[in-house]
Design a protein around this ligand. Structure first.
Ligand code: ADP
Ligand code: ASP
Ligand code: MG
Length: 400
């Protein structure tokens, strides 16, 4: 088999951990597989590097940020190769660019446009265990780019897709995908299987066990994706096509997204083209807008609220200052988004009203609501986020 394994930050968090990963990788190789490994930076390293950059500037040059951040993954990839070499295995590390990962120009959240599979294949054919630095690529000018936070998952899935690997294993610090974040609810249950679509929704509403775009890519390229722990040998969670899952619960999981902020525009002129102007301005800045609510107009104006990722808050402020579409702009970063996800919602009614009742019983005020076919999201004050997750997890009997 051709196996792609990705090890996250905690899994390579120190030298002992890298040694343990080297042993795991070596075992797969000894079992007769061709192995490509993608690594994250040591846990905390990317945040540390961002802090360093912010010491010098409130808005560091994106190209330089990418040069800086990509270094974290280069450290772990070369160390892992060195560890394997020390154990007598033939192994080489490759930066994203050396691995043939070509991206667009969008520094700090670049999209993978193409992978030249020959780069990695040549190294495999020479008998190497290939270690690729995750989270990075190069643009067509050869400048280093990074793929957005959590982007090593995407590197792994994209490589697995390009090489048509038999399996892509995402090794992390939990046993797999749980019914909710096991750090919030101790009784959360590990799922044996989950559909691409449910995982996509869960990831997009805050379950950071897999990066959203990696799940999107896995679905598109039909990658056999498994998440499991690098700390034990327990079976993980298979992310697969919906038809491979017999039992379809109404609610499969609950997620909490703390990285949310709300923007409210009051006195927006109520005429054609205004929403287009506001949101195309934000789109041009690559700001990821979610949950848009516009009220019925009154006296020629209307109010509008929407959420953006908290770390894109400043960029949003700046962008809106240039268009000044309304008289009053309010910003609130003390909100979180709580969501329930499940394919069974498609065929059941009353799921939303039940969720609202659960929060009402806890006296939690719901400030915004949005729904999709398989998801219900509610914005609440940040102090109620975890309480809401626990209450919903219990109400839908996910701990049973
Ligand atoms: P890595 O560094 O390996 O990429 P991450 O920290 O990005 O790991 O993701 C793993 C973390 O995701 C877990 O420690 C857990 O707290 C969190 N998490 C949130 N929601 C879930 C969920 N539904 N199932 C499993 N883990 C979750
Ligand atoms: N090191 C990067 C991050 O912390 C990428 C990753 O770990 O997936 O976001
Ligand atoms: Mg991650």
């Amino acid at each position: 088999m051709l196996v792609v394994q990705k090890y996250g930050g905690t899994s390579v968090g120190n030298l002992e951990r890298i040694e343990a990963v080297a042993k795991r990788v070596a075992k797969s190789f000894d079992d007769g597989h061709q192995v490509v490994v993608v690594v994250s930076a040591m846990s905390g390293e990317t945040n540390q590097l961002i802090e360093y950059a912010n010491y010098f500037s409130g808005s560091p040059t994106p190209r330089e940020v990418d040069m800086l951040l990509s270094s974290g993954e280069r450290v772990t990839s070369s160390l892992l190769a060195i560890a394997l070499n020390g154990m007598g295995y033939k192994s080489v590390s490759l930066s994203g660019g050396q691995a043939g990962i070509l991206t667009n120009d969008s520094h700090t959240k670049a999209r993978i446009e193409h992978i030249d599979r020959k780069c990695i294949e040549d190294k495999i054919n020479q008998g190497n265990i290939v270690i690729v630095a995750g989270f990075q690529g190069v643009n067509e000018r050869g400048d280093v780019t990074t793929l957005g936070r959590g982007g090593s998952d995407l590197s792994a899935v994209a490589i697995a897709g390009a090489l048509q690997a038999d399996i892509c294993e995402i090794y992390t610090d939990v046993d797999g995908v749980y019914t909710t974040d096991p750090r919030i609810v101790k009784k959360a249950k590990k799922l044996d299987k989950i559909s691409y679509d449910e995982m996509l929704e869960l990831a997009s509403v805050g379950a950071k066990v897999l990066q959203t775009r990696s799940v999107e890519m896995a679905k598109k390229l039909n990658v056999n994706l498994v998440t499991r722990s690098s700390f034990n040998d327990n079976e993980g969670t298979l992310i697969t096509k919906e038809e491979n899952i017999m039992e379809q619960p109404i609610v499969s999981g609950v997620a909490l997204d703390r990285n949310q902020a709300r923007v409210t525009l009051r006195g927006v002129v109520d005429k054609p083209g205004i929403a287009a102007e506001i949101f195309s301005t934000l789109a041009q800045k690559d700001i990821n807008v979610d949950m848009i609510i516009q009220n019925v107009g009154h006296d020629g104006t209307t109010n509008m609220s929407f959420t953006v990722p908290e770390n894109e808050f400043l960029a949003t402020k700046e962008a809106l200052e240039h268009i000044q579409p309304s008289k009053i702009i309010e910003f609130d970063d003390e909100i979180v988004k709580v969501s329930i996800v499940g394919v069974g919602m498609k065929s059941h009614s009353g799921v939303a009203s039940e969720a609202f009742e659960v929060l009402a019983r806890e006296n939690i005020n719901i400030e915004m609501i949005s729904t999709s076919e398989i998801k219900i999201s509610m914005v609440v004050h940040q102090k109620y986020g975890e309480l809401a997750v626990r209450a919903l997890h219990k109400a839908y009997e996910l701990d049973k």
